[in-house]
Ligand binder design. Structure first.
Ligand code: BV8
Length: 228
C-alpha cells in the first residue's frame, strides 16, 4: 500500500514550535511579507536573519513528539509489507528526521541548512547567519541565506511529489491549515484521481470540505490513533 502524508506546522505544535496561523502564531506576530519573501531578504537581510536565527535556535531546543514517532513507525511498517510512505512536509524543522523517519521531502526547504546565493552551495547549518557570514564554498560574504522556500519562490521536489501523489492509495494531511499553495491543492489532486483522502488536524482546515474522512484532536493523540 502506498500512502502519501502531507504534514504542516500542527504536527510540531506539541513539541513547542509555534504554528503560523493559529492565535499567537508566527504570522500573527510577524509579517510574512516582511520576513519570508526574497524581496524582504534583499531589503532587510539582517531583520530576516534575526527572525530565522531565532527559529533555528528554537528548533534545536525542541524534541520530536508522539505524532512524529508514529509516522516513523508507519514508514517502517509499510516498508516491511512491501508498501511505501511518501512523507512530504511543509515544515522546515528536522523533527521528522529526529523521530526516525528515513525519507522526508521538505517542499519548503530546511531551516537547518544555509544556501549561498552567489555559488548556490547548500550546507547543513546550525549556527546564526548574518550578512557577514562567509560562504564555506566560495568565500563570498553577504550572500548566505536560510535554505527555505519563501513566498513567491517555487517549492522543491514538485515533480517527485506529483508522481508520488498520483501513485498513492491514500492521501493524508496532518496539522496543516490548507492555506498555502501548491500544498493546499494536493487534496484536490488526490480527489480528482479518485484517491481516498483523510484529514488529521486539531480542527477542520480551510480545505476540510475536500476530505472524505477526518480525525480531529491534538496530533500526539490523533496521529498514533490513526497509524497504530
Ligand atoms: C509559489 C517556509 C509559484 C519558510 C513558507 C502572490 C505572490 C506569490 C505567490 C502567491 C501570491 N498569492 C498566493 C501565492 C501563492 C503562495 C500562497 O499560497 N500564499 C497563500 C498565503 C495564499 N504560495 C507561494 O508563494 C509558494 N510558491 O506559489 O510559487 C509556483 C508554484 C508551483 C509551481 C510553480 C510555481 C511558496 C509557499 C511557501 C512559503 N513558505 N514557509 C518559513 O517557514 O518561514 S509558508 C508556511 O506556511 C510554512 O511553510 C507552513 O508550513 C506553511 C503552511 O502552513 P501550515 O503548516 O499549514 O501551518 P498553519 O499555522 O497555517 O496551520 C497549522 C494547522 O495545524 C492548523 O490547521 C491548526 O488547526 C493545526 N494544529 C495546531 N495545533 C495542532 C494542530 N493540529 C494537530 N495537533 C495540534 N496540536
Amino acid at each position: 500500500m502506498n500512502v502519501f502524508v502531507l504534514t504542516g506546522a500542527g504536527i510540531s505544535a506539541e513539541s513547542g514550535l509555534g504554528t503560523f496561523r493559529d492565535p499567537g502564531g508566527l504570522w500573527h506576530r510577524f509579517d510574512p511579507m516582511r520576513l519570508a519573501t526574497p524581496e524582504a531578504f534583499a531589503d532587510e537581510p539582517e531583520e530576516v536573519h534575526a527572525f530565522y536565527n531565532l527559529r533555528r535556535q528554537g528548533v534545536r531546543e525542541t524534541v520530536p513528539n508522539a505524532a512524529h514517532a508514529a509516522l516513523a513507525r508507519l514508514e517502517a511498517g509499510l516498508q516491511a509489507r512491501g508498501g511505501r510512505l511518501f512523507l512530504c512536509t511543509q515544515n522546515v524543522d528536522d523533527l521528522h528526521e529526529r523521530a526516525g523517519s528515513r525519507a522526508v521531502t521538505h517542499m519548503h526547504g530546511e531551516l537547518l541548512r544555509a544556501r549561498c546565493t552567489a555559488c548556490g552551495e547548500s550546507r547543513p547549518w546550525a549556527d546564526d547567519l548574518s550578512v557577514d557570514t562567509a560562504c564555506p564554498a566560495c568565500g563570498r560574504r553577504g550572500g548566505m541565506r536560510p535554505d527555505v522556500v519563501w513566498f513567491g519562490e517555487v517549492p522543491l521536489h514538485l515533480d517527485a511529489i506529483a508522481r508520488a501523489l498520483d501513485a498513492a492509495d491514500l492521501f493524508v494531511a496532518i496539522g496543516t491549515s490548507g492555506a498555502v499553495f501548491p500544498a493546499a491543492g494536493f487534496v484536490a489532486r488526490a480527489r480528482g484521481a479518485g484517491i481516498p483522502t483523510h484529514e488529521v488536524n486539531l480542527a477542520p482546515s480551510d480545505t476540510a470540505g475536500l476530505f472524505e474522512a477526518a480525525t480531529y484532536g491534538p496530533a500526539t493523540r490523533a496521529v498514533p490513533g490513526f497509524v497504530d
